[in-house]
Write a protein that binds this ligand. Structure first.
Ligand code: PEP
Ligand code: MG
Length: 325
């Protein structure tokens, strides 16, 4: 399938109206990196760091992680890589961590919550990221930020670790960008000051949708029950776009929906300018965006909303059919 889109590899995802959407890839292994060239991704928009922790019998060593992260950065060959700090708990349980018997692990002790309560592992990971990026730019995002304070604390930990490295005479990142993953509805309502603190925000749509609809993403009975193109969910996305726009903070979307061409086109029409997806989705998403007029799609979406549509998929499908896309 990648072959089919090979001709688009070097072309931008520029829509008929002239708007360009930047497409990045999601990764989690060194072995994913060659896809950066074959897919035409502008960089890695989400590097999930759980796998190295999940596939070992013990916590990986700092030097081991620093080596791996450095190779990831080198293999991205100048394109940006956004590292997401450890998101364990929920569906990802470490074999060597005492298993907590939590009735609702997805909304339990996970991700940044673990990192802030048991600082050792997160500090070690941040040190590994700092060492890996020494003299080069470093992009870090913290997962599952539910309130402003968690982000401030995570960022303070990172800044503190950079200070320590500098004190020891070690090289520090040439540039630092710190972002928050917006995966809980609460963060969409954080005060403007929160958004202004972030260097970027990335919507983790898988979790955001799960919590917006209170529908477990792992439960077959309910996980496809609510449509991403429902009016309430898209209103939430639109609100996040507007709030980030007002704060002047770059916004991306990195959940699975970003890799679905129709959903991706709708996000772009709502104002998202960066999407991160599995590498194989970049061609199909780019192909659709290049064939349509995003401004016109926005008009069609707004018209359907004004008419009281509870789901925008029919209007979007009709628009795409009429555009011959
Ligand atoms: C998400 O929640 O959309 C996301 C990108 O993170 P993960 O799928 O790893 O939870
Ligand atoms: Mg998530």
């Amino acid at each position: 399938a990648q072959e089919r889109y090979a001709g688009l590899r070097a072309l931008p995802a520029t829509a008929q109206c002239g708007t360009t959407v930047r497409l990045f890839m999601n990764a989690g292994l060194m072995a994913d990196l060659p896809s950066i060239d074959s897919s035409g991704a502008e960089g890695v928009g989400l590097f999930r760091t759980e796998l190295q922790f999940l596939t070992r019998p013990r916590v990986p060593r700092r030097s081991e992680l620093a080596g791996l992260y450095a190779r990831v950065i080198e293999n991205a060959r100048g394109k940006p890589v956004v590292f997401r700090t450890l998101d364990i708990g929920s569906d990802k349980v470490l074999p060597y961590m005492k298993r907590l018997d939590e009735p609702n692990p997805a909304m339990g002790w996970r991700a940044i919550r673990v990192g802030l309560d048991k600082k050792g592992v997160l500090q070690m990971q941040l040190q590994a990221l700092i060492r890996a990026s020494a003299g080069r730019p470093l992009n870090v995002m913290f997962p599952f930020i539910a309130d402003q304070d968690e982000f401030a604390q995570g960022r303070a930990m990172l800044v503190e670790q950079i200070g320590r490295e500098a004190q020891m005479g070690r090289p520090v990142p040439a540039e630092l960008r710190v972002g928050a993953m917006l995966e809980t509805p609460s963060l969409a309502f954080a005060p403007p000051a929160f958004f202004r603190q972030c260097d970027f925000v990335s919507i983790g749509g898988n979790d955001l949708k799960q919590f917006f609809y209170a529908a477990d993403r792992e439960n077959e009975r309910v996980r496809r029950r609510y449509d991403t193109l429902s009016t309430p969910f898209l209103d939430l996305i639109g609100m996040i776009v507007d709030r980030c726009g007002q704060a002047g903070v770059p916004l991306s979307f990195c959940g699975e929906d970003a890799g679905r061409p129709v959903e991706a086109a709708v996000f772009a029409a709502l104002g998202l300018r960066q999407l991160s997806m599995r590498p194989a989705s970049i061609g199909p998403v780019k192909s659709l965006i290049r064939r349509i007029d995003l401004a016109a799609l926005r008009v069609a979406i707004d018209a359907a909303r004004a008419e009281g549509a509870t789901n925008l998929r029919p209007a979007v499908t009709a628009f795409l059919a009429a555009s011959g896309a």
